[in-house]
Design a protein. Structure first.
Length: 604
């Protein structure tokens, strides 16, 4: 009898059924799937519940970027999703680690960013029993995410992750959430030690308890390390039908004064943004760009119209809403003329038809991808261009308004610097490859009129949720995706406080960005409405705080810019640019005065 064969078979059985228990843990399965899906960065704030994920991801070459707040980790993942065309990934610990991300996850949902949030959780047998940081996390995230799952066994990790990553990108992109109880991530021998009953009851009850715990442990790890497919699952993206495209070709070909309104959704994969840009240029139709579509046509395109949108919509005989939603940004559809033919294209049916029962009605409504639709529309209209007089007329109006803005920038404020002058100067000096991150109210609202993104995917703002605090995370994600680019954060002094601590992150992870802070010692976006309507500035006042010193303390370089530095403004901006090229993040604390530039704008 060949005993070596017997013991060899026993050895194989042990490896198969007891899972090579010492070196392996669930975090390795997570890392394997993420690497197979092209994930390059994982953003986090460290916690014991998720340590195996972080360690395993680092081992397979995924860069771990730790931030000073969990919300920043999610905002950074959101920025990576927008700029890279892949799913952004963040991992945070259980309980307060996850609750700290709620606003950022909701922002990603409303901005339609494909995002994967990995969260720690109490052990499978301890949930609901008062374990550390144990709350009902699934109830929090189900309203915010396209897909939520709680891992119950190690063998579920790979298939659940693959499914979640595909769902995040399918249809209308958005966040997904997976909860990892701590015993699904740590090695078998450590989990088994925790499951061991030190003083089991005697008799039948003791046997029942031991059997139950052992059975649970066996099921938890059964089949854990069997070979599984980790490759990406197919992603479903709705498309316009040929008939719908043809009908739109006919409508556009007959239009004399057409207008295209592009939203962030138009820049989503799979259609390359350069293909969309060429399609728009071939059509020659005047375009208003919003959200992530800002910059799509470059800095000085003859068909990019920046001003007087309301007036243009009154005169338009055809309006194409390409990923644009009739929400508060379009006065719920009331700015659209009832005489206009309206083509609406959106991946999300509810967004496609929002408020169409009250203030507007689409001539053609297409649930499909806006970017690929524009390319197909352009091909169907090959040889046809919008009459040149129409975009030229709108462009002339642009020029008149922008000249007025420049004149307004030359006006002297009662104190400090004119914010419009500061923004014009930054716009003139920023590098051609710059990415602009918008995080604020009044100062950022002015920047949207003045600063010109140089190309596609070079403007990042919160989106429809209007969230403050995105600056640090968005800039971090942008600099990691585009390390060769200048990354500018345009901050209000109110919004800066949410993420100024991330200057420490910029220093530690060598991601030098430039922040320009419009410091008017006020929550001006609120004040400009609250004071005239309610007669009080209560809770709106701030101080002209030395934010530049805060940046210094976190390892960056801060500059104070007041009225006395007006003649040196260009030199100071160039110094900040030089400092970032040398590896330090810079902050321009610009003291600004009040103007009536956006008088009448509202905060709600």
């Amino acid at each position: 009898f060949d005993t070596s064969l017997l013991f060899g078979n026993i050895s194989q059985m042990i490896k198969k059924h007891f899972w090579n228990i010492l070196p392996r843990h669930g975090g390795e399965s997570v890392a394997e799937v993420l690497r197979a899906h092209g994930v390059k960065f994982l953003f986090t704030l460290v916690g014991g519940h998720i340590s195996p994920i972080l360690v395993a991801c680092e081992k397979v070459g995924i860069r771990i970027v730790d931030t000073r707040h969990e919300a920043t980790a999610v905002f950074a993942a959101d920025a990576v999703a927008r700029l890279s065309g892949t799913v952004g990934v963040a991992a945070v610990t259980a309980g307060p680690g996850l609750t700290n991300t709620v606003t950022a996850v909701k922002n990603a949902q409303m901005a339609e960013s494909p995002l994967l949030l990995l969260g720690g959780a109490a052990g499978t047998l301890l949930q609901g029993r008062g374990a550390l940081q144990d709350i009902d996390q699934m109830s929090l995230f189900k309203p915010l995410c396209k897909f939520c799952a709680s891992i119950r066994t190690v063998r579920e990790i790979v298939p659940t992750l693959r499914k979640a990553l595909a769902i995040a990108q399918s249809g209308t992109p958005g966040p997904v959430f997976i909860e990892f109880p701590i015993d699904t991530l740590y090695p078998y021998h450590l989990v088994a030690k925790e499951f061991a009953v030190k003083n089991p009851p005697k008799g039948l009850m003791g046997k029942v308890v031991s059997w139950y715990l052992n059975n649970h442990l066996m099921n938890l790890f059964a089949g854990a390390w069997e070979t599984r497919d980790v490759s990406p699952l197919p992603v479903h993206i709705p498309q316009a039908t040929d008939g719908q495209v043809q009908r739109c070709v006919e409508l556009v070909s007959r239009a004399k004064n057409p207008v295209i309104l592009l939203g962030s959704q138009a820049t989503l994969p799979p259609t390359p943004v350069e293909d969309i840009r060429k399609a728009l240029e071939d059509l020659g139709i005047p375009c208003f760009l919003g959200g992530m579509s800002r910059g799509l046509l470059g800095k000085d395109s003859p068909i990019h119209i920046r001003q007087n949108r309301r007036d243009a919509l009154k005169e338009a005989d055809l309006v194409l809403l390409a990923g644009t939603v009739c929400d508060f940004r379009l006065s719920y559809g009331r700015v659209l003329s009832r005489r206009s033919k309206i083509i609406a294209v959106n991946r999300d049916k509810s967004q496609l038809l929002k408020n169409s029962d009250m203030f507007w009605r689409p001539t053609v409504a297409i649930q499909g991808d806006a970017g690929s639709f524009l390319v197909r529309l352009s091909k169907g209209l090959k040889g046809h261009r919008c009459p040149e007089e129409w975009p030229q007329t709108l462009k002339a109006g642009d020029l008149t308004k922008e000249n007025a803005n420049r004149a307004k920038a030359d006006e002297k404020t009662e104190q400090h610097l004119n914010p419009l002058k500061v923004l014009h100067r930054v716009d003139e000096l920023m590098a051609e490859d710059s990415i602009i991150v918008a995080d604020g109210g009044d100062f950022v609202g002015s920047a949207a009129y003045i600063m010109r993104p140089r190309g596609p995917l070079r403007w990042l703002d919160p989106g429809a949720f209007g969230t403050l605090g995105v600056g640090g995370g968005f800039a971090l994600g942008a600099k990691l995706c585009r390390p060769e680019s200048e990354v500018w954060i345009v901050y209000g002094d109110g919004s800066l406080a949410y993420s100024v601590a991330e200057f420490d992150t910029f220093t530690r992870h060598k991601t030098p960005v430039i922040a320009v802070v419009g410091n008017d010692a006020c929550w001006s976006q609120i004040s400009r409405e609250q004071v005239p309507i309610l007669g009080s500035n209560v809770a709106c006042g701030l101080s002209f705080t030395d934010y530049h010193i805060v940046a210094d303390g976190y390892g960056g370089k801060g500059y104070l810019v007041g009225r006395e530095h007006g003649d040196q403004l260009s030199d100071i901006i160039r110094k900040a640019q030089k400092v970032t090229k040398e590896g330090k993040a810079a902050l321009l604390n610009v003291l600004i005065g009040k103007t009536n530039f956006r008088e009448g704008s509202i905060s709600v």
